[in-house]
Design a protein around this ligand. Structure first.
Ligand code: NAP
Length: 352
């Protein structure tokens, strides 16, 4: 018999975290009854069982209570956290969607079940494509798209370019390194553990890599790894790494600024400065911040290219899966340490 009411656990924001990593002091799990009966679902809405939720660094910047840095709107207090996710349609009041459809949404509630307007669904996933569902949040999702915009669109990667990627074993970095290799670049990565250094060299084809936690002088480190200078730096971390990079850029280098994760847990007056920005002038460097949301007109091109790479085995990914919705606060906190490999995802409910 069809279930008509479920108890759905969901995460909401109980308090802003201006500094530090948000914890269960700021994020709270509650259980709410949700009616799934067709009568209770408004027209042009669908009831969805969440399968996978993407855990991304930008979510943290929506919990600070201050609009700065990434300038994403803040979650309201008591509001359910929303995130990119994959779900299965359980009931539909829109003829375009049927029970069993697998759908993507950039703003699913971080919950076990939900009822959402069908207009927010990005698309259906074709199960016949043979691509594992978490991959739609990884190589084919926000991190993969950010890597593609950074390396191909803004980085203008070409054969022989010297490319440097920070947070190189993460969701963005692992794809960015492989894309830069496919474009013929020499690619070096920095990451936070020896195991990750091995991973990106052995599995993602980086030419070389270093553990930034073991380096005392980033300037000397980059002299060693880039004797011919840096043409592309995909910036993911900010601070001292950016400062060191600016001492090694070649004329007309490109620095697509994807993020600066080392600065997300500080209020702006506590963030670290970069002393040698002047080098951008003399080396005529193009340093450009970007948000993937501004490149949605290119998302279809990206998807075709990335699906091709995945099917041909030219790009692979590592996905760290946390089990169950209760793991959201812990998995978000993990982004600010070096504990995880690859893309962080929560498996909310097992896909059938
Ligand atoms: P992620 O790799 O899945 O997780 C973050 C990683 O960053 C951690 O695993 C850790 O790896 C590293 N990290 C954490 N704190 C650090 C610190 N203080 N210094 C240096 N590294 C640190 O994250 P992601 O999804 O790939 O995101 C990477 C960057 O891209 C972030 O800045 C994010 O905000 C940005 N991003 C931007 C867009 C956009 O539209 N512009 C879209 C997606 C992501 P290590 O082991 O290497 O320390």
């Amino acid at each position: 018999m069809a279930v008509n009411v479920v108890e759905s656990k969901e995460w909401y924001l109980a308090g802003y975290a201006a500094e530090g990593v948000p914890t269960t002091d700021h994020l709270t799990l509650r259980s709410v009854p949700l009616s799934l009966s067709l009568d209770s679902i408004p027209d042009a809405h669908v009831a969805v069982q969440l399968l996978f939720i993407s855990v991304d660094p930008y979510l943290r910047t929506r919990m600070s209570g201050q609009e700065d840095g990434l300038y994403f709107p803040q979650f309201s207090l008591n509001q359910v956290i929303t995130a990119f996710g994959v779900g299965r349609v359980m009931r539909s009041k829109d003829e375009k969607y049927s029970e069993g459809d697998i759908v993507l949404n950039a703003f699913f509630p971080v919950a076990e079940y939900c009822v959402v307007p069908s207009s927010v669904l990005i698309r259906k996933i074709d199960p016949e494509a043979g691509i594992p569902l978490p991959e739609y949040l990884s190589c084919l999702g926000v991190p993969g798209f950010a890597a593609w915009v950074g390396i191909e669109v803004l980085g203008e990667a070409k054969p022989g370019s010297n490319a440097f990627i920070s947070a190189a074993a993460g969701g963005v970095g692992m794809v960015a390194g492989q894309l830069a290799k496919l474009k013929g670049c020499r690619v070096i990565g920095s990451t936070g553990s020896d195991a990750k250094v091995r991973l990106i060299k052995e599995e993602f084809g980086y030419d070389d890599a270093f553990n930034y936690n073991k380096e005392v002088d980033f300037d000397a480190t980059l002299s060693k790894y880039f004797p011919n200078g840096i043409d592309i730096y995909l910036e993911n971390v900010g601070s001292k790494m950016l400062e060191a990079v600016l001492n090694h850029v070649n004329p007309h280098a490109r620095i697509p600024v994807c993020g600066m994760i080392s600065q997300y847990n500080q209020i702006w007056t506590e963030r670290e400065g970069v002393r040698n920005l002047l080098n951008i002038v003399g080396k005529e460097v193009r340093m450009e911040g970007f948000l993937v949301g501004s490149y949605l007109d290119r998302f279809a091109d990206f998807t075709v290219e990335m699906e091709g790479y995945l099917k041909q085995g030219k790009i692979s990914s590592k996905i760290k899966i946390y089990e169950g919705i209760q793991s959201f606060a812990e998995s978000l906190g993990s982004l600010f340490s070096s504990s995880n490999f690859g893309k962080v995802v929560i498996e909310v409910n097992k896909p059938r």
